[in-house]
Design a binder for this molecule. Structure first.
Ligand SMILES: *[C@@H]1O[C@H](CO)[C@@H](O)[C@H](O)[C@H]1NC(C)=O
Ligand SMILES: *[C@@H]1O[C@H](CO)[C@@H](O)[C@H](O)[C@H]1NC(C)=O
Length: 359
């Protein structure tokens, strides 16, 4: 009896030790490496900020979010989670990143991750004006306000340390071309496509400097997807037999090349910055061109409604045409990927550009 009890006790102590070591190990990797993920951008990373401003660029109704936790339409432009949610999870932080303007969250939750992103916005102020959404400069103002709240909540020293170690993700640019430059008069009469790319890259450069000035050290600058392959663009590509619009894809490739060069330049200009270029183009292009390899069946049309034009209010529960199983589709609405695609892209980025922040 005594012996058995002793052995049990030893075993128990050993298990406790192992658990404790694991816990120490994990907490070292997780909390000292990246305590929070802080997000700026457009609908690719908006977790619902647009629900709280006056705009039509919304998705806080069914069937959006039907595969999210609890089937909740949060304002994410997908059937489930978006790429930054998966990235947060991969970093061992939490399964989704809340929207800063959502009053159901407070600084305690935001201290481990927050999104300032706004669907339909762009680098260019003229892009955010189109649908009256949150411009990039305003996202930075919210970030300053957040830092003040974080200082009060954690104490100045801990808050500063958190900001230094947090990963800052920037993801936008598609709308500058598809919602603005190629959609409405104005910028196209002022700039050639190449000049416009330079104009946007200049704003990105300035934004990264401002972030750094505010204490950010770990920054991921996101590239553009193959935007000519979005279902909306394919639907309207009558001459091209509904294939991807190569002009838009080429614009994305050129702009990504400029952002990549900008990243190299900024790493020289700003001593101490850990800046990476996170490029989703190649992985998304592969998914679109070889959907079967990733378990998809449909790539040229989206799941929601007819899959040809609808997004936002046009993708509503009132549509009888929506697909039953979104995981068979690369795209959820005519402009945004399904949760499954978001997971594939996030996983790819975590293993490539973002890997250096994990270890
Ligand atoms: C934040 O909200 C949680 C639960 O909703 C609550 O327990 C916590 O006290 C709040 N924290 C602050 C700092 O307001
Ligand atoms: C965008 O608007 C803000 C606020 O008015 C302004 O400070 C900023 O300079 C503008 N950006 C550009 C590139 O014009």
């Amino acid at each position: 009896m005594m012996k058995g009890g002793h052995a049990k006790k030893l075993l128990f102590t050993n298990i406790l030790c192992i658990l404790l070591l694991h816990w120490l190990d994990l907490s070292f990797v997780i909390s000292t490496k990246v305590p929070a993920i802080i997000v700026f951008g457009d609908s690719s990373v908006d977790a619902g900020n647009n629900n709280f401003i006056s705009t039509v660029a919304r998705s806080n109704f069914q069937p959006y979010g039907r595969d999210f936790m609890g089937g909740k339409p949060t304002g994410r432009f997908s059937n489930g989670r978006i790429a930054t949610d998966f990235i947060s999870e991969a970093f061992g932080i939490k399964p989704y990143i809340p929207a800063y303007l959502d009053p159901s969250y407070n600084i305690s939750q935001f201290s481990t991750g927050v999104s300032f992103a706004s669907a339909a916005t762009g680098y260019d102020n003229a892009t955010s004006d189109v649908l009256s959404v949150i411009p990039l400069w305003k996202q930075l103002e919210y970030y300053k306000e957040y830092q003040k709240k974080l200082g009060t909540y954690l104490g100045e020293k801990k808050a500063k340390d958190t900001i230094t170690k947090s990963l800052h993700i920037i993801s936008l640019g598609t709308n500058d071309f598809l919602e603005n430059y190629y959609a409405i008069p104005g910028r196209a009469s002022q700039y050639t496509p190449s000049q416009y790319q330079n104009f946007l890259a200049g704003i990105a450069e300035n934004f990264i400097h401002r972030l750094y000035d505010l204490g950010a050290k770990k920054i991921s600058l996101g590239g553009l997807p193959p935007m000519g392959c979005l279902p909306l663009e394919r639907t309207t590509n009558f001459a091209g037999g509904n294939d991807c619009v190569s002009n838009y894809n080429n614009i994305a490739l050129e702009f990504n090349d400029k952002l990549n060069k900008l990243t190299t330049k900024l790493k020289k200009d700003i001593p101490g910055v850990k800046l990476v270029f996170s490029n989703p183009y190649d992985i998304l292009f592969r998914v679109v061109k070889k959907p079967g390899q990733f378990g998809f069946q449909v790539t040229s049309m989206a799941c929601c409604a007819t899959g040809m034009f609808e997004m936002g209010y046009a993708c509503s529960r009132a549509s009888f045409f929506s697909c039953v199983d979104a995981s068979r589709y690369v795209f959820w609405d005519s402009f945004h990927p399904t949760e499954k695609t978001n997971g594939i892209v996030a996983n790819y980025l975590v293993k490539s550009a973002l890997a250096q922040f994990l270890h």
